[in-house]
Design a protein around this ligand. Structure first.
Ligand code: NCD
Ligand code: ZN
Length: 345
């Protein structure tokens, strides 16, 4: 039997939600990951340290006793964010990073930033104290094609931010295009990018060809095969600029299979199995640990985890569970449909 051992991974981008969904999804992440950056796009969003601390307490209630897991909290940046409060929250350790959503870019982003120039003073403070900025990098203008929104964000805003504040630590999250890969590679060491398992596993045909598949709908939207290939190359390269952020984003089946379905793929359950398979298919299993367990920690200036996990390859493909129960409702579990042989021990 083939097996590999790697340092326990971290998930640098997770949506835990609240209430019943929170209870159902937290253990799916804590089983495999030692730490995760928790997104603040609840309704209402997490806007300050007090709310982040309360949310962290609610998350901790649902971590199984057997799992040693640390949630890293974020604040949702608005044009009213108070930079002195932010400074205190970072210095006393209650908040790990700040999330920038352009207003209207994705699920629960209505309170996001409308005009980037209005938050530059906050970013300046963050640069001074070394607090990371996490960016959903898509413009939201109706006249920009949904497939071009990531590149347009780089051209219009990211480049501006990076030039104004080269010392600001930035993660361009869940990148989906060759344009982002090139931009991040060429930028200074403070700009890194996270990549999701679903953007490594799927292209836009998996969303749109042969019938529309709402469970493969996410933002940024799936792109063409050429872009997917570039993402794979970056993930398996070992380049410290690229690391895992699953963007696991649970919605109830009812809200996905809808005339106006929600964006988000719930991929926590088989995330590491799927990644191991993708890396093995590329003959790059030896680079899995850098992507899942080393590069992100380096970017965020924290030590890699001490514990290790084992992955074992079975002779038959794993049979995926379809759904996760939330009381009488269900969340669809991400299944890339190719064969996956790797189990996390
Ligand atoms: C996320 C969600 O549902 O909160 N959806 C998604 O498609 N990724 C929001 C986000 O990260 O864009
Ligand atoms: Zn997300």
């Amino acid at each position: 039997m083939e097996e590999i051992e790697i340092i326990k991974p971290d998930d640098w981008h997770v949506h835990f939600r609240d209430n019943d969904i929170l209870k159902a999804v937290v253990p799916e992440t804590t089983r495999q990951f030692a730490r995760a950056i928790v997104m603040p796009n609840l309704t209402p969003p997490i806007l300050n340290a007090k709310q982040a601390i309360e949310y962290k307490k609610r998350i901790k209630k649902h971590i199984p006793k057997s799992d040693d897991f640390k949630p890293l909290m974020t604040i949702y940046l608005t044009e009213n964010t108070n930079k002195n409060e932010l400074k205190d929250a970072y210095k006393n350790g209650s908040v790990f990073a700040v999330k920038l959503y352009p207003a209207g870019a994705t699920t629960n982003s209505e309170s996001g930033v409308k005009n980037i120039y209005n938050i530059m003073h906050v970013l300046e403070t963050m640069a001074e104290i070394n607090m990371p900025l996490l960016i959903h990098g898509e413009v939201t203008d109706k006249d920009i094609d949904i497939f071009d929104r990531e590149k347009e964000f780089i051209d219009r805003y990211l480049d501006f931010i990076c030039k104004e504040l080269p010392e600001l630590k930035i993660t361009l999250e869940h990148i989906t295009t060759s344009d982002s890969v090139s931009y991040v590679k060429e930028a200074n060491e403070n700009l890194c990018a996270s990549i999701t398992p679903h953007h490594l596993a799927l292209n836009r045909n998996d969303l749109l060809a042969g019938g529309i598949r709402p469970h493969n709908y996410c933002l940024p939207i799936l792109k063409s095969e050429t872009h997917r290939q570039t993402l794979i190359k970056s993930a398996i390269s070992g380049d410290p600029k690229f690391f895992l952020g699953t963007d696991t984003a649970p919605h109830l089946v009812y809200d996905k299979e809808n005339s106006c379905g929600c964006a988000g793929i719930f991929n926590a359950t088989y995330c590491l199995s799927i990644l191991a398979q993708i890396f093995e298919n590329e003959k790059a299993l030896n680079k899995l640990e850098s992507f899942t367990s080393l590069n992100g920690a380096k970017h965020y200036n924290i030590k890699p985890n001490k514990e290790k996990i084992k992955l074992i390859k079975s002779s038959k493909p794993i049979i995926f569970k379809n759904t996760l129960d939330v009381n009488e409702h269900k969340i669809q579990i991400f299944d890339p449909t190719f064969h996956v042989f790797w189990n996390v021990l």
